[in-house]
Design a protein. Structure first.
Length: 431
């Protein structure tokens, strides 16, 4: 039986000084119960907790560790830069290098501004969209998560829905009034909102592949129709690629689907595990951003040299070895096939959604295509699955509303172990 005694001790200590004992709510295990596992190190595909238990990592820091943990090239780059001090608060060549690297990988980018998180990237992108268009309202989609800025905590996914608070207290009615809600994969719901708010909408923001209500790919034509609608009405289309960027392809969802957004936000992989976010797009829009233009946005540690070298090393590895994308997609397909074989023999309904290396499991009869159907999943069943896997060394996201993140370090043996454990822990499942 897996011992979590040190994690238990650390968790009760952490709760004395840190709200909920964690610095990000989804880590707290509230929806799956039990004690959050405290980790001390990781290497490649494996995490090691304070009780010296080893786990195959299916979170990878919620996406950033796509190369696997402690990739030697990334570690070496950060070590060397650290000896030159950590931060200057002044321009460096490293920022230009990362900006040029990203622009070379992502379709339609002419300019990009570095920030420190995906939240900052998304909140800055909608401010720029509002400043550029002179319009106030935005459309977001129920179940999409764009970080914890006020405008986004309206029917938000990820930790917000996980904790049952998709609409957060503290967001004023005035702010909420400017965020209009559509249904993911339901183009008609968007058209209705646009027609009811002619000339008032600055931007439509979405996850081009949803990952914060589980993994939900766009239905055929959804992204293309949004592009056309935005062009017809002078609305900016914002792809939140914090999760999909550099994960689905070097050029992210834009490359995969061939749809060009006006603004694109990034996070996670872009920093390789260091705090980096960014938002980019066409030069004509970015001429409106301070210091050139009136839309203000700033950050003490934005473009931080340590974070830049981590991002440069990570993205360079991905750009120079494009076979990584095929490899992580193939690994994820093997996991999908293996789990389907396991669940097919169980008296329990399930859905598995997957696109590339993004995958999620939902215990429900219905196809999971939007926020409503995602909420029909059997959370207690997921809880039992989560803990069964955890006790056998497989670390899944502690939430039924998260995509799993597959990294490039996982082996066939790791996949086989994962499937074997899933088979063992579900053998007596009855519906
Ligand atoms: P951060 O501020 O957490 O760096 O990024 C916010 C964000 C924006 N957009 C998308 C599509 C995202 O998925 C995220 C953050 N993702 C969650 C996991 N689903 C972060 C995990 C957490 O909150 O601890």
């Amino acid at each position: 039986m897996t011992s979590y005694s040190k994690s238990k001790t650390l968790f009760s200590r952490a709760q004395q000084s840190i709200p909920g004992g964690v610095n990000s709510p989804v880590r707290a295990f509230n929806s799956v119960g039990g004690t959050p596992v405290f980790f001390k190190s990781a290497k490649g595909a494996y995490l090691y907790d304070e009780d010296n238990n080893k786990y195959i990592d299916f979170i990878n820091s919620w996406g950033p560790m796509i190369l696997g943990h402690a990739n030697p090239k990334v570690v070496e780059a950060v070590k060397k830069q650290a000896e030159k001090s950590f931060s200057f608060g002044a321009p460096t060549e490293l920022e230009i290098e990362l900006a040029e690297l990203i622009i070379s990988m992502v379709p339609g980018l002419e300019m990009i501004r570095m920030v420190n998180s995906g939240t900052e990237a998304c909140m800055s992108a909608i401010r720029l969209a509002r400043g550029y268009t002179g319009k106030n309202k935005i459309i977001k989609f129920a179940g999409n998560y764009h970080g914890h800025a006020d405008s986004f905590l309206i029917k938000a996914g990820s930790g917000a829905i996980t904790l049952g608070t998709p609409n957060s207290p503290g967001v004023t009615p005035g702010t909420a009034a400017d965020t209009l809600l559509a249904n993911y994969n339901d183009f008609e719901s968007v058209k209705t909102i646009v027609n009811d708010n002619i000339n008032e909408i600055a931007a439509i923001i979405l996850e081009p592949v949803a990952g914060n209500m589980g993994c939900i790919p766009p239905v055929e034509g959804f992204l293309e129709n949004l592009r056309k609608l935005c062009d017809q009405h002078g609305i900016l289309l914002i792809f939140d690629e914090v999760m999909t960027g550099f994960r689905l392809a070097p050029g992210g969802a834009q490359e995969l689907f061939g749809v060009q957004a006006d603004l694109i936000t990034f996070g996670k992989v872009i920093g390789g595990g260091m705090p980096v976010g960014a938002f980019g797009g066409k030069r004509k829009i970015f001429e409106h951003l301070a210091p050139n233009g009136p839309v203000y946005q700033a950050g003490t540690l934005s473009g931080n040299p340590l974070a830049m070298v981590s991002g440069i090393a990570t993205l360079s590895e991905l750009k120079n070895n494009p076979e990584i994308y095929k490899n992580i997609a193939n690994t994820t397909e093997k996991i999908e096939i293996g789990l389907r074989e396991v669940f097919h023999n169980r008296q329990f309904p399930y859905q598995i959604n997957r696109l590339g290396s993004m995958i999620s499991v939902h215990f429900t009869e219905n196809p999971v295509i939007d926020f409503e159907s995602a909420q029909k999943g059997d959370v207690p069943q997921f809880k039992s699955f989560f803990h069964g896997m955890l006790d056998h060394g497989v670390y899944l996201p502690p939430s039924a509303y998260e995509s799993w993140f597959i990294g490039n370090a996982i082996s066939n043996d790791d996949v086989n172990h994962t499937i074997e454990v899933a088979d063992r822990i579900t053998v007596n499942w009855k519906y």
